[in-house]
Design a binder for this molecule. Sequence first.
Ligand SMILES: C[S@@+](CC[C@H](N)C(=O)[O-])C[C@H]1O[C@@H](n2cnc3c(N)ncnc32)[C@H](O)[C@@H]1O
Length: 282
Amino acid sequence: METADSIPYFDVIFEEFKNQDSVLAEAFGKHVHWGFWQDPEHAELSLESFLEAADRLSEQHFEAAAITDNMKILDTGCGFGGSISLLNDRYQQMELHGVNIDARQIDRAKSTVIAREGSGNTIDFKVGDACKLDYTDARFDVVLAVECIFHFPSRSDYFSEAWRVLKPGGRLIISDFIVNRPTSMLFALMCLPYLPLMKKYYGELGEPMTLSSYKRLAKAAAFDGYETRNITAGTLPTYKFLEKFTTATGPEAKEITKLYRFQHLISRLGFHRYTVLAFQKR
Ligand SMILES: C[S@@+](CC[C@H](N)C(=O)[O-])C[C@H]1O[C@@H](n2cnc3c(N)ncnc32)[C@H](O)[C@@H]1O
């Protein structure tokens, strides 16, 4: 069932859940993001390898946040609660919160993750917009946005809200596909023929960002300087995995394969870079 807050690829995932043998349903039943492989040249394109790689992608964010036991963490755009689930497995005495715009995803997060609450941790999920957070000021040590900020209605409103709910000294960690300033015009031209396909499969996406535009956003929201990790190389096998296991058929299979190959190419050439960014509140 599609809703007003549906993103096309989530509708595909919900359809896949109806099929017991679906590799895609398994692959995206916990995290809905790319994988990260330490040795991408020798990545195995199996479900097991992808599931491990998807956990490792969340861990790239946890490392950037310097997460320890006893923290209060908010995962914005939490999807099915995969990162919260992993934090629950890895750390103790945590207060873990997830917020997502799509009620269907929050229902799944509640039913799959909260039942496994462990080690003195508490977990809460709620439906809401990451740009209008229903949490008090200075509440969290860490705010995460794993591979989702490009879907939010306004990155600048999001930065203000994340700053507001963070404690002084707290960190905001996001990931985004960053555009290279010197090649951004060429990149825009290369993307032009693919824009209808991107909209069809990924829905509405915000403007591509450069590192300087993130620097300006962070400054406007009063965050301190930032750290970045370009992890593109480790994410590249994701495109081959998606191509191998697509369930699309006929003309759709052709166009989605074309899109994955294009994304693989522009990532490999460095036109856009999968980047984890960390910002600190003074
Ligand atoms: C690529 S998925 C990532 C999900 C999750 N972070 C993960 O890594 O598994 C993007 C997510 O952003 C969510 N989203 C989009 N717009 C949102 C908004 N305004 N507020 C909260 N969540 C939003 C989508 O519903 C979706 O769950």
